[in-house]
Design a protein around this ligand. Structure first.
Ligand code: SF4
Length: 493
């Protein structure tokens, strides 16, 4: 399977490249079965609320390269997320003990006249202004629906301005209208970095690339013990660091939804092996992931020692948590791969997963390896999950299902989703840091946070009593999938 072509200026969307979907209702086993059999079909919605945008996800990664800047070639409204990422940038810096700085973001302010006469001049002027004001080591241009529809020659401008300014000026094609799967934007950002920033390796280093967001540095000790050094990419990397990532000994993904493209690109283009096992969540998943890491690094014996030692260390505490959590019910909403990982984690804690609303589904990743499928691994290890809904943040479906299943706890990975559980009086836990629940220690971390949330019911009970729902009783009595065209006979528990 060849999904990587860095000679092309644009990366193909996930729908076209991987056959990914945003609409499904059934069980997790039905979904993984269709994915393996090549019979997966997207189910359209005849009604849709808000969605994310590829441009925002591309920006999410490019905006935190510390000595680069981003020029968003778009109407000013598309820059609405600058604020959010500036905030995340500062929080991530504090967590990593980095000196405080703000993001360096520019927008070309495409207006009505520009959509008729073109906005190339505005783009050139903005790039020159950005170069003069912040002296970046590289400039990334993120495109938008407007720049894509009017057909501005963004690649031509990027090449000309690279020559003029003497730094890489890189076009990242991430127009929101092209894909319903906003994680296509991650792929676009990584494509831009691999094709214009990363240099061919001159030597091999002892670094391990860790494709992650801005979470905690949990890999330092583990990799040191194995004789390697962690290189967290891309938030808070410098351009010089990114130039050298093809020299790394391997690539780890904290979440294949984020890093499927970059992991595969570094392996296929530069021979950096990717750890293809699903990320280490739950005991069985962590054992398997560590063994794969040991195999790729040639450190099998050291890894077996770590597995024995860590299992012994966490087991008494894990058993105590399992006793407290046994039979408690949970409903989950998250992005794809991290959602799959959390299913494994909750099952490992002996909790019952009553269902999940997961933002999209990739039937295969760019590495073409069926063994990378974390959902299939979770189903195989712990059994099926009912009420498995692929749902790109359609709150009306989520609220309807939550109201029916009424779990003991709702788990969310994204801030905007937690209020729906709270409004229904359901204790809701939000954890944005994927690393927090990674590995053996992650099980204990997560269990503790779940217990804290369950102990604090009063807050959501009061909130539910005093808040109103925008959805009517009529809607809550309907089948939650009334607007989803599905071939499966959907049963809601
Ligand atoms: S979907 Fe299009 S118009 Fe909306 S924010 Fe994204 S790029 Fe801008």
């Amino acid at each position: 399977m060849h999904t990587i072509n860095i000679k092309e200026a644009e990366v193909r969307t996930r729908e076209a490249r991987l056959g990914s979907i945003t609409g499904f209702a059934g069980t997790a086993a039905e979904l993984t079965g269709c994915s393996r059999a090549g019979t997966l079909k997207d189910s359209d919605r005849s009604f849709s609320q808000c969605m994310g945008c590829s441009s925002g996800n591309a920006f999410c990664q490019l905006s935190m390269i510390t000595d680069a800047c981003v020029v968003n070639h778009a109407p000013i409204g598309c820059a609405g997320d600058f604020f959010t990422f500036n905030f995340v940038y500062r929080v991530g810096q504090m967590e990593r003990g980095l000196p405080p700085a703000i993001g360096r973001y520019f927008n070309t302010n495409i207006e009505e006249n520009d959509t008729i006469f073109g906005a190339v001049r505005k783009l050139e002027d903005t790039i020159r202004t950005a170069a003069r004001k912040v002296q970046p080591k590289a400039i990334f241009i993120t495109t938008s629906c407007a720049s894509g529809i009017i057909g501005d020659d963004v690649e031509g401008v990027a090449n000309e301005l690279s020559d003029e300014l003497g730094i890489p000026v890189v076009a990242c094609f991430c127009e929101g209208f092209k894909s319903k799967i906003w994680t296509t934007g991650f792929d676009a950002a990584y494509h831009a970095v691999v094709r214009r920033i990363v240099k061919p390796p001159e030597k091999k280093s002892n670094k391990i690339n860790i494709i992650n967001f801005w979470g905690s540095h949990i890999f330092d000790e583990l990799l040191q013990e194995l004789g390697y050094e962690a290189e967290y990419i891309m938030p808070f990397s410098t351009v010089a660091q990114l130039e050298r990532i093809a020299e790394a000994a391997a690539t780890i993904q904290i979440c294949p939804t984020l890093g499927t493209y970059l992991g595969a690109a570094l392996e296929q283009v530069y021979g950096v092996p990717e750890i293809k096992s699903p990320p280490a969540y739950g005991i069985a998943g962590t054992d398997q992931w560590l063994r794969e890491l040991g195999r790729v690094l040639g450190r099998e014996a050291a890894v077996e020692k770590i597995i024995r030692r860590e299992r012994e260390r966490i087991m008494p505490a894990l058993e105590a948590y399992r006793e407290k959590l046994q039979g408690k019910t949970a409903y989950l909403t998250a992005g794809a791969a991290h959602g799959h990982s959390l299913i494994a984690l909750l099952r490992e804690l002996r909790m019952e997963v009553q269902g999940a609303a997961i933002f999209h589904h990739d039937p295969i990743y760019d590495n073409g390896e069926p063994g990378s499928d974390a959902l299939a691994q979770a189903v195989q290890t712990y059994g099926d999950v009912p009420n498995y809904n692929v749902c790109n943040k359609q709150a009306y479906e989520l609220v309807n299902i939550l109201n029916r299943v009424r779990p003991d706890i709702m788990i969310a990975r994204h801030g905007g989703m937690t209020l729906w559980g709270a409004k229904l009086g359901i204790p809701t836990l939000l954890i944005g840091d994927e690393q927090f629940s990674f590995g053996y220690q992650g099980l204990l971390n997560y269990a503790e946070r779940i217990l804290e949330t369950l102990d604090n019911r009063e807050f959501v009970t009061n909130l539910a009593r005093r808040s109103t729902m925008p959805y009517t009783k009529w809607w809550l009595a309907q089948n939650p999938f009334s607007f989803l065209r599905s071939d499966l006979n959907v049963k809601v528990y």
